[in-house]
Design a binder for this molecule. Structure first.
Ligand code: NAP
Length: 252
């Protein structure tokens, strides 16, 4: 086993994922930049320096996940941190469609089931599939950490509060996918409770990235902060939590 710990970040070719990869490299990790398009991952890895390497990884493609796990084992020999960051917000907003118009077309009563399936495929089933693919390697590491990049938008507790200002935006698409991701996080944490592996969910907050047409208010540095903190937790750190950098623990 190589001395340097290894971290894999999915969807790390841009946005919050790229920032997470950059910070983990600065903390001494060999960073594997997961990217569904290998060339984009290569360009991102090159921007991070010699301790970053591109790994082709489409979280919706089982063959890609299996090949990535085999490559991590054969080339790097260990995996200490897995950050499930890859995510999409929608697949159905047509170019030029106003936000309000799109919001009206994604209510529970009229949302496209194909679009719900596509978003869940990446944000929920993709995370579970990558977890299953990488867990054998993580179990061999001395103190592995898994961080799932969720969103406060998925909090059932916050969205069921009539005073919560954003609750009218709660939809069966992105929001519900993050609720389901929180459930997966808890299931993983409970499964691994007796091991030293900690599994937590982080909410980046509204961050300026392509996911929201750069309409977020936070920088990628702010968005990555809680994810990186959870990836670096020591032995006394928690497992099975959901948190934000400045708001602290979030209700599920
Ligand atoms: P982003 O810039 O759009 O990045 C998303 C990344 O996920 C991209 O690298 C994208 O790859 C990748 N991806 C999408 N589908 C994939 C797949 N099937 N396999 C592998 N990679 C895939 O958006 P971001 O804001 O940084 O999003 C990162 C995470 O933060 C997401 O989970 C998102 O839900 C979460 N989040 C974001 C915000 C926010 O305000 N931005 C708030 C809360 C949570 P391509 O470049 O190939 O598309």
């Amino acid at each position: 086993m190589k001395a340097k710990p290894v971290a894999l970040v999915t969807g790390a070719n841009q946005g919050i994922g790229l920032q997470i990869a950059k910070e983990l490299a600065a903390h001494g990790f060999t960073v594997l930049v997961g990217s569904r398009t290998f060339e984009k991952g290569q360009a991102a890895a090159a921007s991070l320096g010699q301790d970053a390497h591109a790994v082709q990884l489409d979280v919706t493609d089982q063959a890609s996940i299996t090949a990535a796990a085999e490559r991590v084992r054969s080339e790097f020999g260990r995996l200490d941190v897995l950050v499930n960051n890859a995510g999409i917000s929608q697949t159905g907003r047509q170019p030029g469609m106003r936000v309000e118009e799109y919001a009206q077309s994604t209510l529970a009563s009229n949302v496209s089931l194909d679009e719900v399936r596509a978003v869940f495929e990446t944000n929920v089933f993709g995370v579970l599939a990558v977890y299953q693919g990488m867990l054998p390697l993580l179990r061999e590491a001395p103190a592995a950490r898994i961080v799932n990049v969720s969103s406060g938008a998925g909090s059932l507790t916050m969205n069921s509060n009539p005073d919560f200002p954003y609750r009218s935006g709660f939809r069966p698409l992105y929001h519900a996918s993050k609720t389901a991701l929180n459930a997966m996080t808890l299931a993983m944490a409970i499964e691994l409770e007796a091991t030293g592996i900690k599994v937590n969910a982080a909410s980046p907050g509204p961050t300026k990235t392509s996911l929201n047409n750069y309409e977020g208010t936070e920088t990628v540095e702010e968005g990555a902060r809680e994810v990186v903190r959870l990836a670096l937790l020591g032995p006394d750190g928690p497992t099975g939590t959901f948190s934000h950098a400045t708001l602290g623990q979030l209700p599920w």
